[in-house]
Ligand binder design. Structure first.
Ligand code: C5P
Length: 238
């Protein structure tokens, strides 16, 4: 299992990323997350540069479109060499299968990027889901439904809160993975994450990957903070 926390590179442009990475030893190979803010400003080059430096990349663009468009987009993302990427499960089983097809076509014999699904966004409340999406179940049931749909489509797992991980693992097979943001090391500021858990707690709850942003990117010493979080996460792996 992945013993490095995935660092969310929530920066406005590549020069901010470069500056941040100078705080890490060159030989330290990281797993980083590039999201919409950075990707739409810096373009695909930011991914190729990170890959060229030896880092693994989770490209967090949450695709959601008709199957054919998603397949073609995923083909291009796989060509960039991303290690992990995602779609909205709300796009449906056929769209998720098309995404996988695109990734395997684009990988062209290299390792196929892992595909994760976003279920209900954590910004969606049960009331909003029922009123706006007209899904008349509980939020938890909708999350489980989407997780099972993603598994049926052949995806590697879902992005979810660590607090949802155990019910998702119960409802899916052993191989189905939970990738969880909302992580805060013991004693750090929670910020806008409402139900944050520590790296150790995330592991105990069944997270397979953790994504950590501000506790590392905004730390006075990002590398020191990364090492503490990595230790807390990977020790609890043993
Ligand atoms: O700074 P922080 O650790 O809160 O960053 C978490 C990262 O994970 C951010 O990039 C955020 O957009 C992402 N994320 C999240 N909650 C979700 C899905 C993604 O915090 N439900």
């Amino acid at each position: 299992m992945e013993n490095r926390p995935i660092i969310a590179l929530d920066f406005p442009d590549s020069s901010a990323v470069k500056k941040f990475l100078t705080g890490f030893p060159q030989e330290e190979k990281l797993f980083v997350k590039v999201g919409m803010e950075l990707f739409y400003q810096a373009g695909p080059q930011v991914v190729t540069a990170l890959k060229a430096a030896g880092h693994d990349v989770f490209l967090d663009l949450k695709l959601h479109d008709i199957p054919n468009t998603v397949m073609r987009a995923m083909r291009n993302l796989a060509r960039l060499g991303v290690n992990l990427t995602n779609v909205h499960a709300a796009g449906g089983q056929e769209m998720m299968e098309a995404a996988l097809q695109g990734l395997s076509d684009g990988a062209n014999g290299s390792a196929v990027p892992k595909l994760f699904a976003v279920t209900q966004l954590t910004s969606t409340s049960e009331t909003k889901m029922q009123e706006e999406q007209q899904i008349y179940t509980s939020l938890a049931e909708s999350v489980l439904n989407y997780a099972q749909l993603a598994e049926k489509a052949g995806l590697a797992g879902v992005v979810c809160s660590a607090l949802e991980a155990s019910t998702i693992h119960e409802a899916t097979s052993n191989q189905f993975l939970c990738l969880t943001p909302g992580i805060r090391p013991t004693g750090s500021a929670v910020g806008d994450q409402k139900r944050a858990v520590t790296p150790q707690k995330a592991r105990e709850l069944g997270a397979n990957y953790i994504v950590v942003g501000r506790p590392i990117t905004q730390a006075a010493d990002p590398y020191a903070s990364y090492q503490i979080i990595k230790k807390e996460w990977s020790q609890s792996h043993e």
